[in-house]
Ligand binder design. Sequence first.
Ligand code: HEM
Length: 180
Amino acid sequence: MSYARLVFALTLCTASAGLAEELQPAPAGRILDESCDEANPCVKTLRCKDGVCQAPLVSYPTYKVVHLAAVLTLLFLLGGLCALAWADALDNKKVVRGLIIAHGVVMLLAIAGGFGLMARLGIAHGTSWPLWVKLKLGLWLVLGAAPMLPRRMPQRALLWMAIILGLAVMAASFAVNKPL
Ligand code: HEM
């Protein structure tokens, strides 16, 4: 590509990016530190406290990092338990107990992060939740009971690994696609 064409293409991109930015509608609502009330709410990412728009204590990205870290660790721990079952090493009580306790802790972090994300997305508690959230809660309950599978039927460890991974991918796709 000749130098002239390259410069032309870059100028075009920057111009259209600048234009796109120009055309971006300003987010609806009052912005940071502006006064707010029922009739004049803040933009979605802020909360109206004492009549002033303020940044929330915990932001959407922070909740998402907590949620994702928790669900990734959950898969890690369940994978470890299935691997122990596969290796016929579930008699190592100390390791199994450690995995089960950690599983319980990250289950709580996953749901705390999930509820925080819902709050930041404006899905208030006490309102009817979209079906994709209810489905995710169902999958969370199943993944909560999942440690029983490799412990009760260790001979099917590989099958439980596949099922657990499938359920997690389903939960993730519900969050990304919000199908219902
Ligand atoms: C344990 C199973 C779960 C897995 C594997 C999982 C996975 C994920 C993933 C990968 C995302 C990020 C999607 C994105 O980047 O857009 C996400 C977002 C989210 N999850 Fe979960 N999640 C689980 C459980 C839950 C539960 C129990 C709740 C509700 C209490 C929940 C509520 C949410 C919400 C509200 C979002 C944000 C969606 C958005 O940003 O648009 N998740 N989840």
